[in-house]
Design a protein around this ligand. Sequence first.
Ligand code: GLA
Length: 646
Amino acid sequence: MKNYAFFTGILVLLLGVVSQVKATTEKTEVSVDPRLRPSGQWSAFTGGNANTPPMGWNSWNAFRTEVDEGKVMGAAKAIVDSGLAQKGYKYINVDDGWWLKRRQSDSTIVIRTSIFPSADMGDGKDTSFRTFVDRIHDMGLKAGIYTDVGRNACSQVWDLHSPNLPEGSTEEREVGLWNHMPEDIALFFREWGFDYVKVDACGIADYSASEDFVSDNDYQPFEPFVVRGDLPSNDVAAVEGLYYDLSKTLSQVNPDNDYILSICTWGTANVRSWGKNYGNLWRTSEDIRSSWESMLHVFDSAVTRALFAGPGNWNDPDMLYIGHGDFDENHLIEAKSHFALWSVISAPLMIGYDLRDAPRSLLDIWGAEEIIAVNQDRAGNQGVLAYDGENSQVIVKSLRNPSEKAVVLFNRSAEMTSVTLRASDLNMNVETPISLRNLWLEKDQYRFEGEKAFQLQPHESLIFKASGERQLTKGLYLSEMPGRINVAVDGVDELTLDPKAHRKLSLEHKPDRHGSSYRQHYPGFGGPRINVSPYGDSITLNGEKYRNGIGVLANSRLEVKTLSEFDSFSVVVGMDENTPGTKAKVEFVVYGDGKKIASSPALGIKDKPLALSANVQNINIIELVARQVGEESSPVVVAWANAVFE
Ligand code: GLA
């Protein structure tokens, strides 16, 4: 935590210097936290090729380390032959298990040619994935590879029985990026021609000197930056620093920008908040397993994080497990729910099944075109919980066409349940008809006014495209454009674990290698949310509940891409009654391209909320800053309610 503060401090200073120049006309703000000064810019990561969530296939959930060339090429061929490639699945990604060693004479990584024969260059020493990647490219697909940000990979700790572990001396088995980042990344992208890299983190998490397997296997110990299940011991700054370096290296090695960086720190080290600054997708949780509870758990880790995703940057609740265990061909209700949920929250769609022999029923799920279209909608708005009950949920995703919403009604439980969809969930008029298109059946199915109740089978989900008359005759609610919002500063000072991702009690304790247990910690709780407070309660300002808005902690700054598309902005601001900290006051400032365009005086918990409005013609970036005035030991919750761009 200390390191985190230090790293953040440095960032703050740097940003401060930049914004000081811009803020010379605003002398009164000099004492303010520099991170809250307007940048006039979009500060999330814009590199890489992920305007929509990446789609493809990955070897891990199908084969773990027992991957080989035949299996991967078989998947590539099936993706093309089945028509899935046409529908958008284009990345064919090799996960852990492909490497043999790091050659000590020149530090080059050697591929295990016994499983990837085309990598053998025939000279008895060199190996290259170029032929393999060329073949994938020739099929009209793209290729991905896997590595670790530390010295060693995950299989070297978690799959010790694997036949495909790196071999040789301690140093030869150090196949990760640690101390070799520029060379390895250049090898993967320039020489071998890959288009995608997944970068895991076991090398900086699991190789503590105190672990027996480290000495038993002659690994070089690594004092962990990520301590699983022990949030305060995480060295967030060190982890963030490594992925920052990686992001820079990738953009240097790939001037054509045709690459994807997948960050895999399993929701630890606060990646749920900073992943968007360096990569195209970041895992929000531990590994998915083929059980219903595990799927719910990883879904929960991402569904509250809509404001952190958007074109170029996606929450990753892990790859699809369709075809296995609770999601196999005998559990199509569960498999379809898994797919609909991933689609509506704009999660990457990575198939994890042996496609050389896939039943029609599963191909039909991965290939459901109108559902894929929801996932790939170019506005890039992640779906948002409109209703969040213990057993059922309603998730609504704003689409590029403002008169349409994708909606999933979801029964989490093993009982029949009734779920009601309301016009207000969709920001649509109560008195005019709303039509619902069933996206599995690809046909218009219902028309209703006001609200409609549905009976759902155990674990069932219904996915519709809703069309109807909007509540707003003109413009968009801020809450309908999460893909255009970047959480530049989330206001979370004290990292706390996310209790929402732990609602499945039986998953609270995950056994580790020693048979004891730990609970995976995902910080980022308290970050901004759509239509609720940061802790999930209704937005409540001075006794009045607001269904629409952004709930956020004070000392936050949100950047909104308005791109000169709107004329005016209006919003109601105030302190939220759900706030643990009530002594301080908060002032709200709206900036347009770096200049103040509206502001409130400091408002306290007893003050009436205030309506602000501003002309936003010809403005590209709006920033919404909530600044705390006065000391307060607990977080202060505020809201930007009923915010509308017209
Ligand atoms: C970690 C990752 C998985 C997979 C394995 C490979 O557990 O989270 O997705 O890549 O490592 O060993």
